[in-house]
Design a binder for this molecule. Structure first.
Ligand SMILES: NC(=O)c1ccc[n+]([C@@H]2O[C@H](COP(=O)([O-])OP(=O)(O)OC[C@H]3O[C@@H](n4cnc5c(N)ncnc54)[C@H](O)[C@@H]3O)[C@@H](O)[C@H]2O)c1
Length: 422
């Protein structure tokens, strides 16, 4: 038996062929990662390095893990969310020699046990999504020595970067981390178009209901919220946005949406999508005025945006009415339906972002990982932006794979743009 099979903790290795088919499908639609895979096979940038990847374990992520392995790394994966793990994909990774600690529907204790098992793999570099690897490393006194050996890592999402910055501001961050989310080629496409499409895909495949003519309330008009609102409009919904930032609220209005407080919006919504990275965005006051039949879901990183404690306290009856749909009945007979336990609906009740979008994000992850493993030892422990030339390179690669050419600045134009006298 291979070491990966012996060491891993997964649901069933026999699911591997089905998972491999899923990985093969996305790989056909990820030309940037294919280009980097060929580069990595040639240059072996991760030779002799151990890499731990904590991401949503579905096919695109699996392909990223295989690309990193192709660069010479010994790779171990664990999940960043218990409901987004696809057991067949994880089995295929193990079959490919990658150690995995993950299973769909793991309990909270199992989730943390898996993260700890992955960290016991003793990584040189890491990829984190939401900050749970980093926070476990920094909060467990038993891992103090390990903090000194890690060269650095990359963080995938907005919430993880907020946590990293909080750690760095306290002077407590112990190794450098690259904020992949904040690269243009990440948030402009992944957060906006990726979340916009995959959240509605998750809602539609879970509920099998029509969107046109209904009212969608989007809570938070950041990059993800803009995408969800744009696609809701495209599907024929009336869109209401709720915000706490006056600038984002103005932007939403200028984009053609209505803006109002959540307790007002709660009277009208048929669908609610929270996507703020904040907690308690929809609570008791909103549930009290919601229409019978309202559908609630979350696309933010943690399941704290829609208050489940309030739903539990207010409901007199709960039952699962369809896979990933929990019905809460209130004392006055009104019902609301929560999708995927309030976890990221696009991943917990879908396959996540489209492959072409994740191709750009994961190209940045692969390049960021190479950058940190080459430079991490010489960097202060801090949160770093993706180097601008790397961001540009990913956009150039994307255009090339589309066969799209663009214009170049002439020397005269460059001089003009850099002068102040003309
Ligand atoms: N589902 C996915 O696949 C996916 C993809 C990328 C990011 N994310 C996650 O989605 C969340 C949002 O990411 P983003 O990149 O859009 O962040 P962002 O910072 O661009 O936007 C968040 C917005 O929420 C607003 N907000 C905060 N509290 C609010 C409240 N109580 N009510 C209304 N609005 C509020 C903020 O003002 C801000 O405009 C994060 O948790 C991020 O990690 C999820």
């Amino acid at each position: 038996m291979s070491t990966a099979i012996e060491n891993s903790m997964i649901t069933d290795i026999k699911l591997a062929p089905q998972g491999q088919l899923k990985i093969d499908w996305v790989a056909q639609h990820m030309p940037l990662l294919n280009t980097l895979k060929a580069e990595f096979e040639r240059d072996l940038p991760f030779k002799g390095k151990k890499v731990v990847i904590c991401l949503h374990l579905e096919a695109k992520t699996a392909y990223l893990a295989l690309v990193v392995k192709a660069g010479g790394a010994d790779v171990c994966v664990c999940a960043s969310n218990v409901l987004s793990t696809q057991d067949d994909v994880v089995a295929a990774l193990v079959e490919n020699g990658i150690t995995a600690f993950a299973k769909y529907g793991a309990s909270t204790d199992e989730y943390h046990m898996h993260i700890n098992k992955a960290l016991d793999f003793n990584p040189d570099v890491i990829i984190d999504d939401g900050g749970d690897l980093v926070s476990t490393l920094h909060s467990d006194p038993a891992r103090a020595e390990q903090l000194k050996t890690i060269q650095g890592g990359c963080e995938e999402t907005t919430t993880g970067i907020l946590r990293l910055k909080a750690l760095a501001n306290e002077g407590a961050l112990k190794f450098p981390m690259v904020a992949v989310n904040d690269a243009f080629c990440k948030y402009l496409f992944d957060n906006r178009y990726g979340t916009g499409q995959s959240v509605w895909d998750g809602i539609m495949r879970t509920t099998n209901l029509v969107v046109a003519g209904k009212t969608a309330v989007i809570v938070g008009y950041g990059w993800c919220g803009k995408g969800c609102a744009m696609r809701a409009k495209g599907l024929g919904a009336r869109v209401i946005v709720t915000e706490v930032d006056p600038i984002k609220a103005v932007e939403a209005i200028m984009d053609g949406h209505e803006v109002m407080p959540i307790t007002e919006a709660a009277k009208y919504g048929d669908f609610y999508i929270t996507v703020t990275g904040n907690k308690d965005c929809i609570t008791k006051e909103a549930f009290e005025v919601m229409k019978d039949g309202a559908i609630l879901c979350n696309a933010g990183h943690f399941d704290v945006e829609i208050s489940k404690p309030d739903l539990n306290a207010m409901s007199v009856k709960q039952r699962e009415v369809r896979r990933n749909i929990q019905e809460y009945t209130f004392a006055d007979g009104r019902r609301v339906f929560l999708l995927a336990e309030g976890r990221l609906v696009n991943l917990a009740a879908g396959d996540g972002h489209p492959a072409e979008v994740m191709d750009m994000t994961f190209a940045l992850q692969a390049l960021g990982l190479r950058w940190i493993s080459e430079n991490g030892r010489n960097l202060e422990a801090d949160v770093y932006s993706v180097p601008a030339e790397m961001d540009r390179y990913v956009a150039e690669l994307r255009l090339k794979t589309w066969n799209v050419a663009i214009d170049k600045l002439s020397e005269e134009q460059e001089r003009y743009l850099n002068s102040w006298a003309e």
